[in-house]
Design a protein around this ligand. Structure first.
Ligand SMILES: Nc1ncnc2c1ncn2[C@@H]1O[C@H](COP(=O)(O)OP(=O)(O)OP(=O)(O)O)[C@@H](O)[C@H]1O
Ligand SMILES: [Mg+2]
Length: 376
């Protein structure tokens, strides 16, 4: 069995995958730009630098039997370079090349007959009135690459918004696309994990965003079984359309008239799957590790009827040395995760809590109360 996993990136997703890998007796190498990242802190095999440093990358891959990643921002050319040196990357450079640019991702899904919001390429001559004729008065502009937690998105209502968004988003060094504004009823998500031999889906969950950042996840989503089945089927088709192996988080919109649209896919563990650490028989992180090694997958069933996960978003801008968690720790229902980031910033994902139970309303109430009591 391949025993040494190299993870490109050292944030909280890499950290939680590393912990799962340790349970299976594996070794983990972390590559991250700066020292002391959440995952870097928990492995002796921390590589400091980035993929453009070929000497470092060569050493990193020589010490790893297999490479995986925790975000979709690494140019697929670098992943291809790794593959050309005989080292397997899961998901592959080809899969990443089809999704790391949101415009290419949407084209790929559309070509496979999958439902996505209406979208257009933005070229240098595209203007507001041209787009508003196609998409309606209100629409979104998205950075085609490097978008996360909504940082690459702007909602556009008029020509002034449009000009402003072009300026600020272009400064992120990526081209842009426009997308119809979906007046959704709910946002839903599902994790899908695939090896060469099997494919499994986690329960469909509802995600509630605060200022475009995932805040609350409710598992399972309170939607008819038929809708949840449809979402799982669409998710599986989407993963197949990009020839995806490994674990994937898919985000959906459920429209006012009950249509399902795919928002996007992430080729890695996903915030909407954090509840699975305590909420499912096998967590998304363990199945991430199992899938990249092509091992038998674990059950994705929930262990209790309901789970609520709330992200602990930074409430202050300061060092995290003096956070007092006693109140939360005294509540025996709460599973607390602190990622170990050295600095807190308002809105930054600093940790999360999960509560399981039999009564959704009760669990949700408790989780919201606990979140309000944590100042991090
Ligand atoms: N076309 C749309 N219509 C309405 N709301 C949208 C649309 N696209 C995105 N949003 C809102 O913005 C949030 C973030 O958008 P998106 O998923 O595109 O961004 P991201 O920065 O890649 O995301 P993530 O938060 O998943 O890292 C969505 O979860 C949704 O709430
Ligand atoms: Mg998203």
């Amino acid at each position: 069995m391949k025993k040494r996993i190299g993870i490109l990136g050292g944030g909280q997703l890499a950290k939680m995958s590393t912990l799962a890998a340790y349970r299976l007796g594996l070794t983990v190498n972390i590559l991250e730009k700066e020292k002391d990242s959440p995952a870097g802190k928990i492995t002796p095999n921390e590589f400091i630098g980035w993929v453009d440093d070929k000497k470092l990358l060569k050493e990193f891959i020589s010490k790893s039997d297999l490479i995986t990643l925790e975000n979709e921002f690494i140019d697929s050319q670098y992943l291809k370079w790794i593959e050309e040196r005989g080292k397997e990357v899961v998901p592959s450079s080809r899969t990443i090349s089809l999704i790391q640019d949101k415009l290419i991702q949407k084209h790929t899904f559309e070509k496979s007959g999958l439902p996505v919001p209406k979208f257009y390429d933005i070229k240098s001559y595209t203007n507001y009135s041209e787009l508003s004729q196609k998409l309606g008065q209100t629409f979104l502009i998205k950075s085609r690459k490097f978008g996360y937690d909504g940082y690459g998105n702007r909602t556009i209502k008029n020509g002034i918004d449009f000009q402003e968004a072009l300026q600020t988003l272009t400064a992120r060094h990526t081209t842009l696309m426009a997308e119809e504004f979906v007046n959704f009823r709910k946002e839903l998500a599902v994790m899908i994990v695939r090896t060469k031999k099997e494919i499994r889906t986690y329960p469909v969950v509802e995600t509630i965003q605060k200022k475009h950042i995932c805040h609350i996840v409710i598992a399972p989503a309170q939607i008819p079984e038929k809708v949840s089945q449809q979402i799982k089927e669409l998710g599986i088709e989407a993963v197949k359309s990009i020839n995806g192996y490994g674990i994937f988080g898919l985000e959906f919109f459920l429209t006012q008239d009950d249509k399902i649209l795919i928002n996007e896919i992430a080729p890695r563990p996903h915030n909407s799957g954090h509840y699975s650490i305590e909420g499912c028989i096998t967590s998304q992180f363990e199945n991430h590790i199992r899938s990249v090694l092509d091992l038998p997958l674990g059950s994705t069933e929930m262990v209790k009827p309901f789970a609520v996960m709330i992200n602990l978003l930074g409430k202050v801008n300061k060092s995290t040395n003096e956070v007092n968690l006693n109140n939360v720790l005294m509540n025996e229902e709460i599973h607390l995760h602190i990622y170990g980031k050295n600095e807190s910033r308002i809105g930054r994902k600093m940790g999360h809590i999960t509560i399981l139970g039999d009564n959704l309303e009760e669990v949700l109430k408790q989780a919201i109360k606990a979140d309000s009591e944590i100042i991090i």
